[in-house]
Ligand binder design. Structure first.
Ligand SMILES: [Zn+2]
Length: 292
């Protein structure tokens, strides 16, 4: 008798961009409801998700390896053991992809939120999970999340999950942290500051030959709803209005230039095109590619 499988095969998907290989590594997913959304009619948001056959806010959490010019970067690190048991799988999936975390030269962060930076270090020991990597992010991120006056403005959950979690994960990398404002931050990878969701939230544009990929970070958290209603934001956006403005700029740019996108909260493996649809937008996931 053949036993039925009970677990998903690990989430790894590769895509070549010119001479660069980008590997989507799944951290898993987070379930929640829509009450955390802002500037949107929740009945309408529910209707959009129902029409897309999506459970109410099931959010993929993705990270991306970048193989470029003999070096290896990881964009974001997933949620470690800070959030839900359905997430925190980056280390397991790196192993499944045959990648030794010690071989990663650079960790690029889109921003310091627990679903992005909580996979950096093992707690409480502070042991580095990427022992040979430099940590690279926009200078506004540590400036904001290490600011006690900013932390004092937050509620308990924000203090614990955003400020304290971010600090304890980033601190062990202090001597090997490189901060940027903009520009090329890794071979073939240019920082595209897209502030609002957090003060230093940054997308990364990968370019090689005549191909491009925009890893747009947290431009969306509930993809179907926010491409249809770009004003719709999240209660945990540091600056709702700036986040909406950044989202609209990003939508306009990638739709106009027809740039392939990937995102931390687009459905795994997340390689997608964004097209205009009436006054808003629509997502078209890219077809699966066998050869990389
Ligand atoms: Zn996020």
């Amino acid at each position: 008798m053949t036993a039925q499988p009970t677990n998903q095969i690990p989430g790894v998907y590769q895509r070549k961009i010119g001479d660069i290989v980008v590997t989507a590594i799944s951290d898993g997913y987070l379930d929640g409801d829509l009450t955390v959304m802002r500037n949107v009619d929740l009945d309408k948001a529910h209707a959009i998700l129902a029409a897309a056959f999506r459970p109410a806010r099931r959010t993929s959490v993705n990270t991306f390896l970048i193989y470029s010019k003999g070096r290896l970067a990881l964009v974001d690190t997933g949620s470690g053991n800070y959030l839900q048991p359905t997430a925190g799988w980056v280390q397991r999936n790196l192993k499944a992809a045959g990648v030794d975390p010690a071989s990663i030269d650079t960790v690029l962060l889109t921003h310091m939120h627990p679903d992005h930076s909580a996979g950096l270090a093992e707690m409480p020991s502070g042991k580095l999970l990427f022992p040979n990597a430099e940590l690279v992010m926009h200078e506004n991120e540590p400036k904001h999340w290490f600011d006690d006056a900013e932390m004092a403005k937050g509620g308990e959950r924000e203090k614990k999950l955003y400020f304290q979690a971010g600090r304890e994960q980033v601190a062990p990398y202090k001597s090997r942290t490189r901060l940027f404002k903009d520009g090329e931050v890794f071979p073939g990878v240019t920082a595209v500051p897209s502030h609002g969701h957090t003060p230093g939230h940054t997308a990364y544009l990968i370019a090689s030959g005549n191909e491009q990929l925009m890893i747009w970070g947290d431009t969306v958290h509930v993809p179907e709803v926010q491409v249809a209603i770009p004003e719709a934001g999240m209660g945990f956006d540091t600056d709702l209005a700036a986040a909406a403005a950044a989202r609209k700029r990003m939508f306009d740019r990638v739709a106009t230039d027809k740039v392939l996108i990937a995102g931390m909260h687009l459905h795994f493996p997340s390689f997608t095109h964004l097209v205009r649809d009436g006054g808003a937008y629509r997502l078209i996931p890219e077809a699966w590619v066998h050869g990389i």
